[in-house]
Design a protein around this ligand. Sequence first.
Ligand code: LLP
Length: 417
Amino acid sequence: MTIPFTPEQLDHLAAHYGTPLWVYDAATIRERIAQLQIFDTVRFAQKACSNIHILRLMRAQGVKVDAVSRGEILRALAAGYQGGGGHPSDIVFTADVLDPSTLATVVEHHIPVNAGSIDMLDQLGMCSPGHPVWLRINPGFGHGHSNKTNTGGEHSKHGIWHTALPAALQAITANKLQLVGLHMHIGSGVDYGHLEQVCGAMVDLVRTVHAAGHDLHAISAGGGLSIPYREGEERINPTHYFGLWDAARQHAQTIVGHALGLELEPGRFLVAESGVLLGQVRAVKDAGHNHFVLVDTGFNELMRPSMYGSWHGMHIQRPGDGILPSVRDSVVAGPLCESGDVFTQGDGGIVLPRPLGNARVGDLLVIHNTGAYGASMSSNYNSRPLAAEVLVDGEHVQLIRRRQTVEELLALELSIE
Ligand code: LLP
C-alpha cells in the first residue's frame, strides 16, 4: 500500500520533530477535494482532523465546514471561515443537543443549526427566532464499519426519528425558524448497497416536508465515504456516488418545483490517506509464541485499533536504510499501562501478529492512513502530552501543532492551588 512520503522524508521529519509525530500531505488532501467537487457543496466534517491549518487548506480549496461543538466552531472561525448574517454561513453546526454556551455562540455568529432533536429547535427558537436550521433525520436504518459508527436505526441516538418529521416541522413553525434543508448521515464507512435505500428515504422525506406546506433549499447526503484501509478494499467512486445522489436530488426537485442544492459532508475520504503516524521502536521482546515490538506511541494517539479493531497498514524502517522487508510476525504495541494498547488487533481485542521488518530499538514504525480520526481522537491518558503535527506541501514543511508539554498538562491543575 502506498503512502505519500518517502522513507528518507520520514527519517528526516522524525529526527527533526521527534516522535510520536503526525504527518500530513497537502497534495493528497487537494486531490481528494477535487474528486468531490462535482457536488454543489463539499462540507468537511472536521471531527476527522480539526487542526486549524488543515481547515485553512480546506477553505483555500472552497470547501465549507461542519462543526459539532463550540470548540469546533471556534476552530472554523480561527481558520477564517465566516458565520452567517447578511450572507450564507460557511459553517453548519450539527448535533443532537445544545448546551447554553454553544447556543450563545451559534446565535452570535448566525450559524445554521443541523438539529438532531426537537428540543434543540425549541431551545434555539426561544432565543433566536428566524434562525436557519437543517433537520438531521434518522431514516430508521443505518450502516457503518463498526456498530460504534452506525448512526441510523432505533439503537442510534442520532437524528430526528423519521416519523417525527411532521412534529419537527411544527416546531419550526411554532418557533419561527427557517428551514434550510434535510440532512441524513447513516454511518461512517458506507457501501453502495445502502445508498439507493438512503436516497429513496431522502426523497420520501422531501415529499413529507412539501406536503406539510414547508419549503427547503438543499439536501445533504452526510458523510461516510469509506477508503481502502487494506489492500484490495473497494475505493468509493465519487462520480458513481454523485450520480445516485444527483438522481435523488432531481426527483426531489420535481416534488418541490424548484432547484435544490446538494451537499456532501465527508471527513475520512478527504484526509485519511494524507496522514501517517510515526513512532519509534523502544523495545523488542518475546512472550511465548509472540514477538512484541514496543513503540513510543499508543492508543492515546491512535485509538482506532483499540476502539473498533480497525486495521491500519504499517511498516518498519531503519533510519538511513529504508523500509525493512516484512519477515517476522510481530505484535505492535504502545507504551500505555493497558493490555488493549495494541495496534495489531482485530474486533473484540484479538491480537493479530503481522509480518513486519525485524525491528530493533531506534527503528521507526510508520502507521498508514491515519489522517482521519487520528490526532482528533487523541487523549492525555497516562499523562502523555499530545503529539506534534506536521503538514508537508511539496518542498514546504510546516509544524502545524507543537508538541504539548507535561508542564502544560500539570498547569491546568496546579494553577488553581
Ligand atoms: N457527518 C456526520 C453528521 C457525522 O457524524 C460524521 C462522522 C461525518 C459526517 C463524517 O463521516 P466520515 O465521512 O468521516 O465517515 N471515529 C470513527 C468515525 C466516527 C464518525 C463519526 N461521525 C472512526 O475512526 O472510524
